[in-house]
Design a protein around this ligand. Sequence first.
Ligand SMILES: [Zn+2]
Ligand SMILES: [Zn+2]
Length: 261
Amino acid sequence: MKIDTHLHSVYSFDSTIKTEKLVKKAIERNYEYICFTDHFDLLPQELSKYGILSLKRYKTEIDSLRDKFPQIKIGFGLEMGEMHRTRELREKILYGIKLDYIIGSIHLLRNEKNLSTPINFSLQDSDIMLYYLETLEMIEKGGFDTLGHLDIFKRELQTSIKQHEYIQELLDDILLSLIKREICLEVNYSGFRSSCNHTLPDFPILTRYKNLGGELITIGSDSHRIDFFDKYYDKTVCLLKDAQFDKIFYKYDNKWIENKI
Ligand SMILES: [Zn+2]
Ligand SMILES: [Zn+2]
């Protein structure tokens, strides 16, 4: 049975996926678990541009899907951007709300460069460095279950970049910090739909994570359109097997559930 722990619906500003249509497709394609992880970004510049997701409406919708389709497990999740910079506001808004799953992602750097949309500026070594440092800071501050799309800046890059030695060391710090805090690593396969044509993170990093003792890993399609869902799932599983993983995980009822691949 398959799982997808990173999905956007019409509750995200940038997705066209109708929730019920997605659930039906997931059942058809033999999914055991899917998790809606719509965007929840709390930086002032994002709030003024996109507003804030109504968690009450979102939760009501997911509850009604659960009632209607008991044959599949459906998660109530969020993808939160830049969590290390929004702690106070986030804790206030989420007080008393029981989410199944939170993805912590970096999209926007402190220098205001956005790494998740096509990169139309020259990406400097200092930007990459900042991305890794902010990722590490976010992991250390915690408050989420899974690190989303590590190496997101590679998704829309046209050229390959030279990986400096200090970057390799920082990457190791990130992976070790995830392992130590029992935060899951997401294999995000949106990269197969983009110019980079690899998962985020890519195969060498997945292998490195495994070699460092990492086990907790999950698969997310990061779909924003219905035709993206499930496409390249099998290819991603093959890659994980090649990296010597034999199971993937999803969080349900506050527990990590393992799923053989
Ligand atoms: Zn994202
Ligand atoms: Zn996403």
